[in-house]
Design a binder for this molecule. Structure first.
Ligand code: TRP
Length: 361
């Protein structure tokens, strides 16, 4: 019997290395978009916010529109790593689909699905778990951070194993590209390791799983109104679907500083810089240009311009979202169609996995 840890170790490459590789991949996408299948996902913990939009959602739509095959996963099992499923989960999931469609995911081309509904995908978790050691999962820095952030005395088994589940999310449909933030790179590495070990162990002559690449976006991170990572649970987020008044209320309470002259200095004035970045992203300009325009107008002028920029940028999206939300039956049908398509692909993959694992009797 070969030892569990086989010949390869999971070590996460540096962000810089992945950035370099991402630039090469972008060129390959521009040349031949149809050779790529992208899988991206969100935990259904609430409505999408501006951080999601500029961090990942906009990038997905760009890639879809370039001709890449897009899979969008609602990670409803991953949502219960640190909390129990709530009665409002169906509303959150259907609301996410409204967000996706309003921001440009095209249900005619993309596959939107929830992994709890795709049974064969989940079954891949078992063979995949056999390919990694407990120590390797324990070393995963993102899992460690999340365990600390959850602040609970106990850690659920699902919290501990979700990166392996994520490998199943990616490999079931043979996605070869996963757009991510740098916090997800350790998970991509576990996925690559699992693909490699599966092939080495069961089908060295005809490798079945390709190793996917992470694709880092070049968009600067939009932080929450308190200058921390934007997140619903931190109460510092501006939801995409917020009304203009809600947007004004949320941005007015953003942290700034007392200097009247507005300048873009991310290190020294992170909160001011964040509002400048947000405004610049909404207006398709640079934070420096926004700062120049405000000059000595102070924080009040900065907030006013940020509020207007967000409200104008998202007016169309918000109107589309309101229309979509009025027809939950349609949104559910989009999800069912995605679940079915994902299930057919997952069943085929599981069939093949059983075959090479000598589990067809
Ligand atoms: N871990 C991701 C997050 O917390 C969500 C996710 C689950 C995911 N499975 C995935 C992302 C597969 C990319 C690929 O946001």
């Amino acid at each position: 019997m070969p030892a569990l840890t086989a010949t390869t170790r999971a070590t996460t490459p540096t962000v810089r290395a992945v950035q370099g590789r991402s630039a090469v991949l972008e060129q390959a996408i521009a040349r031949d978009p149809r050779s790529f299948r992208i899988l991206t996902g969100d935990r259904p913990t609430g409505a999408l916010h501006l951080g999601h939009y500029f961090g990942s959602q906009q990038n997905r739509v760009r890639l879809q529109d370039a001709g890449v095959d897009l899979f969008v996963l609602i990670a409803d099992y991953q949502a219960i790593t640190d909390r129990y499923a709530q009665a409002d989960l169906p509303d959150i999931v259907i609301g996410l689909i409204a967000d996706y469609l309003a921001l440009g995911v095209d249900p005619g081309r993309a596959t939107i699905f929830a992994h709890s509904q795709v049974e064969s995908l989940n079954q891949l978790l078992l063979p995949f778990l056999s390919l990694v050691s407990v120590a390797e999962i324990g070393r995963n820095p993102t899992v460690k951070d999340e365990i600390t952030a959850a602040g609970s005395a106990t850690v659920s088994g699902l919290m501990f194993t979700y990166p392996v589940h994520q490998a199943a999310d990616i490999l079931f449909c043979h996605a070869n590209l996963v757009p991510v933030g740098s916090d997800q790179l350790p998970h991509i590495e576990i996925t690559r390791t699992i693909a490699r070990r599966f092939n080495e162990r069961y089908c060295p002559d005809a490798p079945y799983f390709a190793e996917p690449d992470g694709l880092l976006s070049t968009t600067p991170l939009v932080l929450g109104t308190d200058g921390q990572k934007m997140s619903k649970s931190r109460n510092n987020s501006v939801p995409l679907r917020a009304t203009p008044d809600e947007t004004a209320r949320l941005i007015s309470r953003a942290k700034t500083d007392a200097e009247r002259h507005i300048s873009y200095e991310p290190e020294r004035r992170p909160e001011v810089a964040n509002l400048l970045v947000l405004t610049a992203l909404c207006l398709d300009t640079t934070p420096e240009a926004v700062a120049d325009e405000i000059g000595s107008g102070g924080a009040a002028a900065l907030k006013a311009i940020a509020i207007e920029a967000v409200n104008e940028r998202f007016a169309g999206l918000r109107a589309r979202r309101a229309d979509l939300a009025a027809d939950p039956g349609y949104l559910r049908s989009v999800l069912s169609a995605g679940n079915e398509r994902a299930s057919a692909i997952a069943a085929e993959t599981l069939h093949r996995v059983r075959e090479v694992m000598h589990q067809r009797y």
